[in-house]
Design a binder for this molecule. Structure first.
Ligand SMILES: Nc1ncnc2c1ncn2[C@@H]1O[C@H](COP(=O)(O)OS(=O)(=O)O)[C@@H](OP(=O)(O)O)[C@H]1O
Length: 357
């Protein structure tokens, strides 16, 4: 097994490949479609091997153990590695794109945490003209000192006309991120998947709870003072949802037309509709349509009929679509009241009513 893996790696790491035979070397516009149909035939076999052989990638970021709220802040760490999101380039995909080159991303999914960012990236990857990093690079928040060459090296190889993408949801709330991304390229397209901030906060808390079952209740973390009803805006689960405040920072560096706001709710109820908007925004042909999705009743979410490089149906993993704990109705009501003015401001800024109020 290890030898076969090493052989595949060697092939994928080769700097360039001999020209393809004419049957596999169509004009550029046809090339992607051809490669992908070929991948369809061979993908299941190779991906099966790769899945068996693949060793775990980057370690999860660990957060210091502490009592109470600090423990709950563990949620500020990274997304769990999801098995459905292989690191790019996988040996098989690098093999096929070995003739391309690594580019800095032209489009980034910058947020929001628990908004549905993984679903959006996995769906977009189905497009033959999109290539994306599987794991979250966290370059503009945690690894900026490593430099742009390091960042570019994380990217998958692309052919002319293909878009390079990544997603790191913490960028949206990172103060330095707008200026840093603008310094890389002021033309970078930014995508933000937003979700009702109250549900988002509960989702965020649910993720932390799954890692640290002994944290205090959501209700007790929500308030600075429960009797006065004063909300603790320093708790990241609450803070991330004040979208209007975070957006102000981005608008100092990017015009609003360079940002696309995807509804996390519609991404579930009408994935093809939201993907249509995203493809238009990225200047891509509308290839991903309702034909690519089916609703999986067991999962309770839309899933792909065929994932990238595979011919099999594919749902996101079990860390996506968790059951949330029941939260005291009065606390939910108070939180809705808290977010309302920020939501209205956000609707105004984006010119889009997300219907959370
Ligand atoms: N198709 C599909 N399948 C499964 N899950 C889906 C899907 N579309 C959106 N979602 C919602 O995505 C939520 C997780 O968001 P993110 O991927 O942005 O989370 S993370 O910040 O990267 O950890 C996740 O939140 P929870 O339901 O709270 O687990 C889902 O509601």
């Amino acid at each position: 097994g290890a030898q076969l893996f090493a052989a595949l790696r060697a092939i994928s790491d080769a700097p360039s490949l001999p020209p393809l035979p004419p049957s596999l070397n169509p004009p550029p516009e046809k090339r992607n479609a051809k490669l992908f149909s070929w991948l369809d035939l061979t993908g299941t076999f190779f991906i099966g091997i790769i899945k068996i052989l693949k060793t775990p990638g980057r370690p999860e970021v660990t957060t210091p153990l502490a009592a109470g709220k600090e423990m709950a802040e563990g949620a500020a760490s990274t997304e769990e590695r999801s098995p459905e999101a292989p690191d790019s380039p996988s040996p098989i995909s690098s093999f096929f794109s070995g003739s391309g080159s690594k580019q800095l991303p032209q489009a980034i999914i910058i947020g929001v945490k628990k908004g549905g960012t993984r679903a959006l990236l996995e769906f977009l990857r189905v497009h033959p003209d999109v290539r994306a990093v599987g794991a979250e690079p966290h370059f503009f928040d945690r690894s900026y000192d490593k430099g742009l060459a390091w960042y570019r090296d994380l990217m998958p190889r692309t052919l002319d006309g293909q878009i390079t993408m990544e997603k790191t949801p913490s960028y949206f709330v990172t103060r330095e991120a707008p200026a840093r991304i603008s310094a890389m390229s002021k033309d970078t397209k930014l995508i933000v998947v937003v979700r009702d901030p109250v549900t988002r906060a509960i989702s965020d808390y649910t993720q932390t709870l799954s890692k640290r079952p002994d944290i205090p209740t959501f209700e007790s973390l929500t308030f600075k003072n429960r009797t006065t009803g004063l909300i603790d805006t320093s708790w990241s689960a609450i803070q991330i949802g004040i979208y209007a405040k975070h957006l102000e920072h981005w608008l100092r560096h990017f015009p609003i037309r360079q940002m696309l706001f995807v509804s996390g709710e519609r991404l579930i109820s009408d994935p093809a509709g939201e993907l249509g908007r995203v493809q238009d925004f990225l200047g891509l042909k509308r290839i991903i349509t309702d034909k690519h999705f089916y609703f999986n009743k067991t999962k309770g979410f839309p899933c792909l009929k065929k994932a990238e490089g595979s011919s099999r149906p594919h749902c996101l993993g079990k860390t996506k679509g968790r059951t949330h704990p029941e939260i005291d109705r009065e606390v939910v009501r108070r939180l809705r009241e808290f977010y309302r003015p920020f939501n209205l401001k956000f609707y105004q800024m984006t010119g889009h009513d997300f219907g959370w109020d």
